[in-house]
Design a protein around this ligand. Structure first.
Ligand SMILES: Cc1cc2nc3c(=O)[nH]c(=O)nc-3n(C[C@H](O)[C@H](O)[C@H](O)COP(=O)(O)OP(=O)(O)OC[C@H]3O[C@@H](n4cnc5c(N)ncnc54)[C@H](O)[C@@H]3O)c2cc1C
Length: 598
C-alpha cells in the first residue's frame, strides 16, 4: 500500500534557506503573526492530518469512487468524516481575512498546507480547494451582504464552493456559453442552463454548496464580452444565515472517469435557479479570473503532488526490489541479486522525479510569495509581483503538470509490471495526475496565454520582469567558482529566452500561425529555464550551508548532486525545444485536413 510522509525537511529548506520566508513575512503588513514558530507548528499539524487522516483514504477513494442516486452524491467512506475534522481543525479559514471569520495568515502559508493535503489525497483535496477559489472571488468582487451571507460560511468550511464554467459545447472557448440569467423583480436572477464536468458540484460533505456560475444576461453582447458572474446556492440562505429552501439547481449525473474517482464530477442543471450577480454585468470573465488564477496555481500544485507521491513510493521500492547485478559486479553479494537502485537508468527515473518535485516546490512557493505581495504590498513592489505572477502562472500550470505526469509515469516504471497492478497505487497516481493537463486551461491554452497574451502582447515586458531576476542572480554569483557550472549555462539560456521570443515575434508579424505553432515548445522551454533558476539557487543555498557547517550535510550534498543532475540531464532538453519551436508553422499547417488519413 502506498504511503505519504510530508517532506518537511525540504519544505523548510525552501521556506528558510532558499526563499527566506521569515524576512518576507516580517516585511509584509498583515503577516506579523506568521512567525517561524507559528509556521513550523502549522506545517507539523498539517503534516499529521495529511499523513494520518487523508493519505489512508487515497486508495479507498479510488476504489469506491463517488456514487449517485436520486440526485444525491455519496462520497467514498471516510471522506465526509475527514472533512469534518478539517473544519473542526479550522483549516479552511487559515489564510482568509478575520473580517469574515478567517485567521488572517498569508496565502503562501495556506498553499504550503494545501501541498500537504493535496499530495496525501488529491481527489479529497479538491473539495476544499474549489471553496478556496470561490472565497477569493467573493472576497474580491462580492458585495458586503454577499460576503456576510456566503463568504463567512465558506471560510468556516460549513459550506463548500464550485466553479461552473464548462457547458457541453464549450470548454476552452467560453465565449460560446449559453446559460441564461433573466432578471427577477426582486433584483435576483433566474439562471437556466446545463453545466458539465463540475467538480464537487454535489456531495454529502457540507450543508450547502455555493456555485459560482458564468451566464448571459438577456441583452448581453455575443462572445466573452457578454458574460456575467452569479452566485447560485444549492439551498437559499435563511434570514439567520442557515441553509434554507432548496434552489432549482440539481445534479443530473456524475461522470465515470479515468482518475480522481473520489471527487464528484457533476452535470449540473439550472432550472430558473435563483442567482445573484457578482461584480458588474458583462464583466464576469474578468471577475472569474480571480478564481481561475487561484485554481491555476492550485493545479500546478497537482503536478508537484503526483511527482512527490510517486517519488516517495518508488524510492523505497527501488531499494528493496532485487533484480540483476550491477554492471560493475555485485553490490549486495549476500543477496540473490542487487536492488534495482544500482542500475543507472533506474536512478535516472528516481532523480528525474526528485528534481521535478523539489524544483517544482521551489517554483510554487516562489509564486505564493508573489501572491502575498500582490495582495498585501503597495506601489512598485505590488506591481512587479503582479507582472511576474501573470508571467509565471501559465508556466507553473503547464510545465509542472506535464513534468508531474512524466514523473508519475517514471514512478510506475520503477515498479515494473507491479506498477501496472492496482494494489501498489502507482497506476492510480498516473490516472489521477492526467487530468491536471486538461482542466484550468489545457497545456495548449496555457502555452498560448504565455506566448501570445503575456509575452508578445506586452512586447516582452512580463518576460523581462523575470529574466531580470535571473540576470541579477547570475551576475551576483559570477565570481563564485563553485557556482559557475550553474550560472554559466543559466545566463546563456536567460539571454537565449529573449532572442527566441524576438524571433518568434518577428515571424508572427508575417504569419500569426507561428505563435500557435511555437507555443507548447515555448512554454516547456520556459519551464526548464525557470526550474534551472530555482535549482541554481538551491545549489547556492546548499553550498552556503555546507561552507558554514550548518545543518544536515548529507541533505545539502544531495541538493547539490540533484542540481547537477538537473543541469546535465534535464536542461539539455531545451536544445530540442529550440529546434522545434523555430521550425516554423508549415510543417504543421501544410497537410490538408482531408489528407491526414487515407
Ligand atoms: C474531471 C474534470 C473536472 C473538471 N472540473 C471542472 C469544474 O469544476 N468547472 C468547470 O467549469 N469545468 C471543469 N472541467 C472542464 C475542463 O476545464 C475542460 O474540460 C477544459 O477546459 C477543456 O475544455 P473541453 O473539454 O471542452 O475541450 P475543448 O475546449 O473542446 O478542447 C479540445 C482540445 O483542443 C485544444 N484546443 C482548443 N482550442 C485551442 C486553441 N485555440 N489552440 C490550441 N489548442 C486548442 C485543447 O487544448 C484540447 O486539447 C473539468 C473537466 C474534467 C474532465
Amino acid at each position: 500500500m502506498p504511503e505519504y510522509k510530508a517532506p518537511q525537511k525540504d519544505i523548510h529548506f525552501v521556506l528558510n534557506d532558499l526563499l527566506d520566508f521569515e524576512q518576507h513575512y516580517s516585511q509584509l503588513p498583515g503577516c506579523e503573526e506568521a512567525t517561524p514558530d507559528m509556521v513550523s507548528a502549522i506545517i507539523e499539524e498539517g503534516a499529521r492530518f495529511a499523513e494520518r487522516v487523508l493519505a489512508p483514504l487515497n486508495q479507498v477513494g479510488d476504489q469506491e469512487g463517488c456514487t449517485f442516486e436520486d440526485g444525491k452524491v455519496t462520497t467514498p467512506s471516510g471522506f465526509r468524516d475527514a472533512y469534518q475534522q478539517f473544519v473542526e481543525g479550522g483549516w479552511p479559514s487559515l489564510s482568509h481575512s478575520p473580517e469574515w471569520g478567517g485567521q488572517g495568515l498569508p496565502d503562501s502559508l495556506g498553499m504550503v498546507v494545501s501541498e500537504l493535503t493535496s499530495t496525501a489525497n488529491w481527489a479529497w483535496g479538491m473539495y476544499p480547494g474549489l471553496s478556496h477559489g470561490a472565497m477569493n472571488t467573493l472576497e474580491e468582487h462580492g458585495t458586503e451582504e454577499q460576503k456576510q451571507t456566503y463568504l463567512t460560511k465558506l471560510v468556516s468550511g460549513e459550506w463548500t464552493g464550485t466553479m461552473c464554467l464548462t457547458e457541453p459545447h464549450c470548454g476552452t472557448d467560453l465565449g460560446l456559453l449559453r446559460t441564461k440569467a433573466e432578471p427577477n423583480a426582486d433584483g435576483s436572477y433566474a439562471i437556466s442552463g446545463t453545466k458539465i464536468f463540475i467538480s464537487a458540484g454535489e456531495h454529502d460533505m457540507a450543508d450547502n454548496i455555493v456555485h459560482i456560475v458564468l451566464a448571459r444576461l438577456p441583452d448581453a453582447p455575443a462572445g466573452t464580452k457578454g458574460i456575467s458572474l452569479f452566485i447560485v446556492p444549492k439551498h437559499l440562505p435563511t434570514a439567520n444565515g442557515g441553509a434554507g429552501e432548496r434552489n432549482a439547481v440539481n445534479c443530473g449525473s456524475i461522470e465515470h472517469k479515468m482518475g480522481i474517482h473520489g471527487n464528484s464530477t457533476c452535470v449540473m442543471n439550472f432550472d430558473a435557479a435563483t442567482g445573484y450577480l457578482i461584480g458588474p454585468a458583462n464583466k464576469g470573465l474578468n471577475c472569474m479570473f480571480t478564481f481561475m488564477n487561484t485554481a491555476r496555481l492550485g493545479t500546478a500544485m497537482q503536478g508537484l503532488a503526483h511527482a512527490e507521491w510517486g517519488f516517495q513510493n518508488s524510492l523505497p521500492y527501488a531499494r528493496e526490489r532485487l533484480q540483476m547485478r550491477a554492471l560493475t559486479g555485485p553490490a549486495a553479494p549476500d543477496k540473490a541479486a542487487d536492488p534495482i537502485i544500482v542500475h543507472p537508468e533506474v536512478r535516472k527515473m528516481l532523480l528525474t522525479q526528485k528534481a521535478f518535485a523539489e524544483g517544482g516546490r521551489a517554483l510554487i512557493y516562489y509564486c505564493s510569495m508573489l501572491v502575498d505581495k500582490v495582495k498585501l504590498a503597495d506601489g512598485e513592489e505590488k506591481a512587479n509581483a503582479d507582472t511576474q505572477l501573470a508571467f509565471l502562472t501559465p508556466i507553473a500550470k503547464a510545465f509542472l503538470t506535464e513534468v508531474g505526469f512524466e514523473s508519475a509515469n517514471h514512478a510506475l516504471q520503477v515498479y515494473g509490471g507491479h506498477g501496472y497492478i492496482s494494489e501498489w497505487g502507482m497506476e492510480q497516481n498516473v490516472r489521477d495526475c492526467r487530468i491536471s493537463m486538461l482542466y484550468e486551461g489545457t497545456t495548449q491554452i496555457q502555452a498560448l496565454d504565455l506566448l501570445g497574451r503575456k509575452v508578445l502582447m506586452t512586447q516582452g515586458e512580463t518576460l523581462k520582469s523575470f529574466t531580470k531576476v535571473i540576470h541579477k542572480f547570475c551576475k551576483a554569483a559570477e565570481e563564485d567558482p563553485k557556482m559557475r557550472a550553474f550560472t554559466g549555462p543559466l545566463a546563456k539560456l536567460n539571454s537565449e529566452w529573449g532572442d527566441l521570443t524576438q524571433q518568434i515575434g518577428m515571424k508572427a508579424m508575417m504569419n500569426k500561425e507561428e505563435v500557435g505553432a511555437a507555443s507548447v515548445d515555448y512554454v516547456m522551454y520556459s519551464g526548464y529555464v525557470t526550474l534551472a533558476y530555482f535549482w541554481a539557487r538551491s545549489a547556492q543555498a546548499a553550498q552556503l550551508k555546507l561552507a558554514a557547517g550548518e545543518g544536515d550535510a548529507a541533505f545539502y550534498r544531495s541538493k547539490l548532486t540533484t542540481a547537477r543532475f538537473y543541469f546535465e540531464r534535464i536542461l539539455p532538453r531545451t536544445r530540442g525545444l529550440v529546434e522545434t519551436m523555430l521550425s516554423g508553422s508549415d510543417n504543421l499547417m501544410e497537410l490538408p485536413e482531408d489528407n491526414f488519413i487515407f
